[in-house]
Ligand binder design. Structure first.
Ligand SMILES: O=C(O)CCC(=O)C(=O)O
Ligand SMILES: [Fe+2]
Length: 405
């Protein structure tokens, strides 16, 4: 695969031709179609009382398979659906784009067309795949990407010709422009200024850096089977009942990634423990072990992520947990390694007293991330809150944080 990593870092996306070797396309379509059939049976069985007979398959604008949830359906006939993720053109290319030795698969999915046209022009308008109050302000992501490159890359790899996805080149590393905000406020379901439609033939791929501004422009009944998911150094342990069906090299990769997942978990705990202990030097060196080679902007983004961890650990330890808003409870429980969130397994590593100290220390970071008034910006996945969507306050730095210990 030929591409320029520099161009990818500048544009925030790259289009690659014939990622799926043409000789393998027919077989891969068959493997995924079998999984679609099996998923359709599950959706029909699990439909809600008011749903049509097919359940999600008939109601959803973008019915989506998740191979993690379908692991028990992966057999000799469908193992190819997993193997493609390990192909040099996908896994090897992802490692090169990330600038790491061995990128791991995060989630393996398939996006399908709806059974009938969704005339709204896509179930959602232009967006960036995250919500700053849940993770970090956009500027913190952009700064880290510009300084160190992306932590995660996402793929669309269509099995049939697909021109649904639009992107705004360069938007992964900057805030929305005033023009973009006005356009999204006006109608988030029309092309933004400077936007580019991707034109992918079956087997071509597009790889993009979140938080790129993007748009699934139309969800209509035209055949769509597009492999979707990503790669990162940060991933969860995967249960792989189909392990012995994989090629030895692929099996080895999943073993390695599961091992690394456990290691990252330990490193996150160690970073948080250094904060409990009030040791800024150990905190910094633990961050460096967590993401070797990343600079000060990287350490700051991780510190923001860890402030969310600290808050959620504090929540999970609270006797009033059940009375917290549902959103807070869901966030506290959820596991999202890319933003250093490990839910209950991580909270269980700390005593109540340690969790209190941890949150007391990180609260200064959390306070700085909030304004006196509600904040909001178009293109994100959620409501307004006090947390900044865009800016990182100038007073917030790793140095200032460790100085409060
Ligand atoms: O349909 C697509 O290609 C984009 C989907 C998307 O952006 C999303 O589901 O978040
Ligand atoms: Fe998206």
């Amino acid at each position: 695969m030929q591409f320029s990593r520099d161009q990818f870092l500048e544009d925030g996306y790259v289009i690659l031709r014939q990622v799926i070797p043409p000789s393998q396309l027919a077989e891969l379509r068959q493997a995924y179609e079998l999984l679609v059939e099996r998923q359709k049976e599950i959706w029909a069985r699990e439909r809600a009382p008011d749903d049509p007979p097919g359940g999600v398959w008939e109601t959803h604008a973008q019915p989506r398979l998740n191979l993690g949830l379908l692991a028990s359906q992966i057999d000799a006939q469908t193992i190819g659906a997993v193997e493609i993720w390990l192909h040099e053109n996908m896994q090897g290319v992802s490692s090169r784009l990330l600038g790491v030795e061995d990128a791991a698969v995060t989630e393996m999915m398939l996006m399908c067309n709806p059974v009938r046209d969704h005339e709204t022009g896509g179930h959602r308008g232009w967006h960036r795949d995250f919500y700053p109050p849940h993770t970090a302000p956009l500027q913190a992501y952009a700064d880290d990407i510009l300084e160190n490159g992306p932590r995660y890359v996402q793929w669309n790899l269509p099995l049939y010709d697909d021109n649904v996805l639009w992107v705004v080149p360069g938007s992964h590393a900057r805030l929305n422009t005033a023009e973009e905000n006005a356009a999204m406020d006006d109608d988030a379901r029309t092309p933004l200024p400077g936007a580019v439609q991707t034109h992918l033939a079956a087997g071509d791929g597009v790889v993009y850096i979140l938080p790129l501004l993007h748009w699934g422009s139309r969800y209509n009944a035209r055949m769509r089977r597009t492999i979707h998911g990503g790669f990162s150094e940060y991933t969860t342990h995967k249960e792989l009942p189909y392990l012995e069906r994989l090629s030895p090299a692929s099996r080895e990769s999943f073993h390695r990634w599961n091992g690394r997942s456990a290691q990252k978990f330990e490193q996150i705990e160690a970073a948080l423990r250094a904060v409990v202990d009030g040791d800024g030097t150990v905190y910094r060196s633990n961050l460096d072990r967590l993401h070797p080679g990343r600079g000060e902007k990287g350490r700051l983004l991780s510190t923001i992520f860890l402030s969310k961890s600290a808050k959620r650990i504090h929540h999970l330890k609270s006797p009033n947990f059940d009375r917290l808003p549902q959103q807070e409870r869901l966030w506290a429980e959820s596991i999202h390694p890319m933003t250093l969130q490990w839910g209950r397994p991580l909270a269980n590593r700390f005593t109540h007293k340690e969790a209190d100290t941890l949150w007391a220390r990180f609260k200064s970071v959390d306070d700085l991330l909030q304004a006196d008034e509600d904040q909001w910006a178009p293109g994100f996945q959620g409501e307004e809150t006090r947390y900044y969507f865009d800016q990182v306050p100038a007073e917030l730095s790793v140095e200032a944080f460790v100085a409060t210990f």
